[in-house]
Design a protein. Structure first.
Length: 428
């Protein structure tokens, strides 16, 4: 950490409590109790109760902590990525930072103006034209009319909505509304820009433009950006630092690369499955697959990897060395899309690989993973090379994994997610 004067945002002990169930039912006694404690200068009696925010479990308490004791600092010019599963508390945190809602406990210290893009077209009036909404939204963000007028041509051009700028916003598509909202927020020079997955609505061309603008804002002009996204490639490309939220608590702080690796590792642990429970399995069992893991380029076992990354499948085998010679076996690995279409296969005998007889695990390494974004599954087989292709163990849908898309060609555009192999080519 550098000097404290570089810190533009400081979040200390932020917690947010919500009541579960129908709002307003049976709370008058709680409200009276709170009021009675408050006038006597006592602490809110309901702060001590409440379950953690794990949406997958039922709660004993009627209160839930959407956020629990969040602490972090952001420096001027830093781009901070905030990642976590749905329901982890990301949007609640952004709403508190944007002053949309207040925290139950804790404080936020900021220096400068905050602009936020939390939901598509927040603060837009559907009956007003695009141009009028730029003035309205600018005023909400604390700009003077003169400041907006100086930038309005630039804003309209960036949004790409020139043709419709004098048309009421209610006739805009959601993508056009996002373009206009992002253009206003990015050009009205906030000290801190808060972006919540807003780029997910834009098309590829606009995403490239918006990401470029966010990089300009952070590097060229010393602006600070807080970016919430489920797109791990965008977090890696855009952010210097990252925090991972889980059940309303920060579970990791560090560089954006480490934060993404931590998040993917945690989500893969949560979704681990045992080979013993798989129904689609056959063979005489003389050699069996004991476990299968997918390792990313950092040699961490994961269920989610990036396109173009070096990955490794590790197969741990269970067999009796006195009865089976591994040098006389062939291993096959078939990668399928979720609908069962084969996209790649690997067979050790075709590659001329002869395994050592004393090995208990086999690795299949793929240097630049040539799969576009999407969900995939693998089928594995081990069979004899000598006894007429006798199958020892064959497991259908032995493992599921996800590939995140990325900007493979360094063109500023993410590849489409189409569940097929990527064969690199060149146009001339």
């Amino acid at each position: 950490m550098s000097h404290s004067e570089d810190i533009i945002l400081k979040v200390e002990h932020i917690s947010k409590q919500y009541r579960l169930g129908v709002v307003g039912t049976g709370t008058i006694s709680h409200d009276l109790n709170r009021w009675w404690h408050r006038i006597r200068g006592k602490e809110d009696p309901y702060l001590k109760i409440g379950a953690t925010n794990d949406r997958s479990t039922t709660s004993e308490s009627s209160y839930v902590w959407a956020l629990n004791d969040i602490n972090f600092e952001v420096q001027r010019g830093e781009v901070l990525g905030i990642i976590g599963k749905n329901g982890a508390g990301k949007s609640t945190l952004l709403k508190i930072l944007s002053r949309v809602t207040g925290p139950t406990t804790g404080s936020i210290k900021t220096c400068g103006r905050i602009a936020s893009l939390l939901e598509v077209g927040t603060g837009f009036h559907p009956e007003l034209t695009g141009r009028e909404n730029i003035y309205l939204n600018g005023a909400i963000l604390g700009m003077t009319k003169k400041e907006i007028s100086e930038k309005i041509d630039e804003i309209i051009e960036f949004s790409g909505c020139q043709r419709y700028v004098d048309t009421p916003v209610k006739r805009y598509s959601s993508g056009m509304t996002v373009r206009l909202a992002f253009a206003v927020a990015a050009h009205l020079e906030p000290d801190i820009l808060i972006v919540d997955e807003v780029l997910a609505v834009g098309d590829a061309e606009f995403q490239k433009k918006a990401i470029g603008k966010m990089q300009d804002i952070s590097s060229g002009q010393g602006r600070t950006v807080l970016f919430v996204s489920h797109n791990m490639a965008a977090v890696k490309n855009l952010c210097k630092t990252g925090i991972v939220l889980e059940n309303g608590e920060i579970t990791f702080k560090g560089s954006s690369l480490d934060a993404v690796a931590f998040y993917l590792n945690e989500s893969s642990k949560a979704s681990g499955s045992s080979l013993d429970t798989i129904k689609d399995r056959r063979g005489n069992g003389a050699v069996r697959f004991q476990s299968i893991e997918l390792w990313n380029s950092k040699e961490v076992a994961v269920k989610e990897v990036l396109i173009g990354e070096q990955v490794k499948f590790r197969f741990v085998l269970d067999y009796n060395e006195s009865k089976i010679r591994l040098s006389e076996c062939c291993i096959g690995v078939v990668i399928n899309s979720l609908n069962g279409t084969k996209v790649a296969d690997f067979y050790s005998d075709e590659m001329g690989i002869i395994f050592s007889d004393d090995k208990k695990h086999i690795d299949l390494t793929i240097d630049n993973l040539p799969l576009r974004g999407g969900n995939y599954k693998i089928t594995v087989v081990i069979q004899s090379l000598t006894i007429g292709g006798l199958i020892y163990d064959r497991i259908g849908d032995a493992m599921f994994f996800n590939v995140f898309t990325a900007d493979v060609y360094k063109s500023g555009k993410m590849l489409r997610a189409t569940n097929v192999s990527l064969i690199e080519g060149r146009f001339s």
